[in-house]
Design a binder for this molecule. Sequence first.
Ligand code: HEC
Length: 139
Amino acid sequence: MSAVALADATGPSPAERAVAYRQGVYHAIAWNFGPMAGMVKGEMPFDAKAFALKAERVAYLSALPLEGFIPDSLVGDSEAKPDIWDNMDDFKSKMQTFETEAGKLADAARTATALDALKPQFGKVGQACKDCHDNYKKD
Ligand code: HEC
């Protein structure tokens, strides 16, 4: 769709679409992250193939949310903190850390046959979520 057609279309504003986009990606990330967490906590049996697939998806998805944080998009039910736009370099660097750690987890999961080998790197990915949420997401 051209920019003109987008501007003319009724419905959600660009800011509202950006919020829906980034929240949708985070939901997809959480959907895949959850079962890995369940395996790490021993709440679900370890399934190396399923873990590897989910790690691969999280690694892919980790690069997607950033472009949804467009200027002036703190609207609707967004849980983003305004500090994001005041500290965009730091926010981007936290996104980059997440991407890097998620990539390493996917690499490790491709060949791992035991959960213990994946736990430390899984912890780093979880820490990357938390480091960002603690600073930039409302509770
Ligand atoms: C660099 C920052 C950053 C990283 C890394 C990050 N998040 Fe988030 N996350 C956010 C922000 C900001 C929001 C709020 C987005 C909004 O509502 O506009 C959010 C929202 C969410 C939401 C709620 C979506 C909604 O609609 O309410 C979930 C679930 C979530 N993140 C899970 C995760 C998980 C799981 C990870 C790690 C595997 C992760 N996030 C990594 C910044 C981050």
